[in-house]
Design a protein around this ligand. Sequence first.
Ligand code: GRG
Length: 297
Amino acid sequence: MNTPNLETALKHASGLIDQKLGEFLVVPDAPEGRVIEAMKYTLMGGGKRLRAFLCIQTAKLFNVEEAHYARVATAIECAHSYSLVHDDLPAMDDDDMRRGRPSLHKAFDEATAILAGDALLTFAFEIMADKQTHPRKAVRLDLISGFSKALGARGMVGGQMFDLMSPGLALDAGALTRLQKMKTGALIEYSVDAGCIMGQVPDSIRSALTAYAHDIGLAFQIADDLLDVEACQDDIGKTPGKDEASGKVTFVSLLGLNRAKDQARILVEQAIGHLENFGSEADALREAAHYVIIRGH
Ligand code: GRG
């Protein structure tokens, strides 16, 4: 599929994030330098910057200044990186590979990986709270409040708990959808919502955009389940076949391959439908909806 707008926009997002991280993450010649090295290892590890892209492209719809959205998108990528570092730990998903190279606890050690995850999360909030992120206090508060909810016990952390408990639970499609909405959907939805918050847009526009994000978040997770079954390690940069081995219910195990693919396609079309009130300025977001179900690692 041709995705010229998306490719340009993903490159733009990556460039901005790398630039901000270069500014932020100076490694001191001191013992704590090790944790900053570890943060850099994971942040510069070849992620797609999908969440940053979503935040930036949404913010651009509303002419938000680059100085603001660059910081918010960087904070979101920091929080996303923390989740992957902790997810890979032996106590969680126990994965030695991430993005085609050793996961953080393998490249460093477990204690450093735990601390780097903690520092990434707290640093994300430090960036958000800073005056340079937005001059209006109310906007900064909304950003922080939404961020906390997306990441906390009723969002990503809760979803991760639910996921860890899931082998013992007979999940149906409704329960699995709820789990995934919390675990991966909440931060994806927030990435778009953060753009709306900075743009200070009316609720009706905000709801349409978060509905778009909701649908691509779920499509993204179905695609992840499909990748786990169909891809080899080189394609996804981590160990494939883990879901089945751990006895976890996935969209593929519940629906079968073909219905899972159909469901992902339906969600993509539905997501694009939510952008009907935007013109070509939302083309990169439209292309992203297709991309989430064809991505590799
Ligand atoms: C440890 C609190 C805590 C939460 C972890 C998000 C998450 C919760 C775990 C990730 C597990 C996982 C591999 C889920 C599948 C979908 C997903 C989030 C994949 C990784 O996101 P990408 O593909 O990552 O956007 P990149 O590498 O491109 O940044």
